[in-house]
Design a protein around this ligand. Structure first.
Ligand SMILES: [Zn+2]
Length: 283
């Protein structure tokens, strides 16, 4: 695989009961960071994997029924947390981001999309179709805030489903195949079904040789993968499909069992955010 610089950025967080995300989890609120990937590709430049929270989320959840989303999972920010404000640390501005890859269309993953009007967007056709079908109530029930989807998306989009399938590195087994984003094997998108329609992750090889697998919401935490412990069926049935979700989690569990060179990042994992805080998340 061609190597990239891989950084994990935290773009806000929210707090809600652990029990919604982990079977037999605690009822008290815990912190769920919102982690995104900033990948510097040797020829394609800056690539984002998801955008995380952005103040645009607050605008999108001002009216009803969208306000219900904010009540359920209120986003919180530090002074510099939206991704577009963090880019300067890497000598970049939002205009330098040429590609935004979307794992799925939930509001907490696409909220910052409006900050990158010139970027190409890569996502699942199935995800976009589900996100734009029906009115705001149906979308909201599926975790989607339709006003966050750019009006010109059709002219900027590439679909994972149309990209050439290539074998994944053996460390990713039992996941066998990914979609090759740039035709050079550097960034491979991997279907991770169950969380919602059209949910995909991303595999990238860092310059340090570390192999990253950004699994978005296929698991809420590294602990859930370690213990093969899914959310209650109520959560997974509401957002997606419980059986495929549990099959995907089982495969992530198998993939990481024993010694593994993989660095797996679930988008809302507090353990990974703690690594980040210690400066271990840049590979
Ligand atoms: Zn989600």
């Amino acid at each position: 695989m061609r190597r990239c610089e891989v950084h994990i950025l935290q773009a806000g967080h929210c707090r809600h009961p652990e029990a919604a995300t982990l079977i037999r989890g605690g009822l008290g609120p815990v912190t769920f960071p919102n982690l995104t990937g900033l990948i510097l590709h040797p020829s394609e430049g800056a690539v984002l994997f998801d955008t995380g929270y952005d103040p645009a989320f607050l605008t999108a959840t001002e009216p009803f029924p969208e306000r219900l989303y904010r009540w359920l999972t209120p986003p919180r920010f530090g002074p510099e947390e939206p991704v577009r404000q963090q880019l300067s640390r890497y000598g970049l501005s939002p205009k330098d981001v040429r590609w935004v890859i979307l794992s799925h269309f939930h509001g907490d993953h696409i909220a910052g999309l409006g900050g990158f009007p010139d970027a190409r967007i890569v996502c699942a056709r199935a995800g976009l179709r589900a996100a734009t079908a029906g009115g705001p109530w149906r979308a909201l029930r599926g975790g989607v805030l339709q006003s966050l989807i750019p009006a010109d998306l059709d002219s900027r989009v590439t679909f994972f489903e149309d990209l050439p399938p290539v074998p994944l590195p053996t460390a990713c087994r039992p996941f066998a195949e990914g979609a090759d984003l740039f035709g050079d094997g550097a960034l491979l998108a991997v279907p991770l079904p169950g969380h919602c329609p059209g949910h995909w992750g991303l595999v990238a090889r860092a310059e340090t040789d570390a192999l990253h697998f950004l699994v978005a919401d296929a698991a809420w935490s590294s602990r859930a993968i370690r213990e093969n412990r899914p959310p209650p069926a109520l959560t997974t049935t509401l957002l997606g499909a419980t059986q495929p979700y549990r099959e995907t989690l089982q495969r992530l569990h198998e993939m990481t069992r024993g010694a593994s060179e993989l660095i797996v990042t679930p988008a809302h994992c507090a353990e990974r955010a703690a690594d980040l805080a210690q400066g271990q998340a840049t590979e």
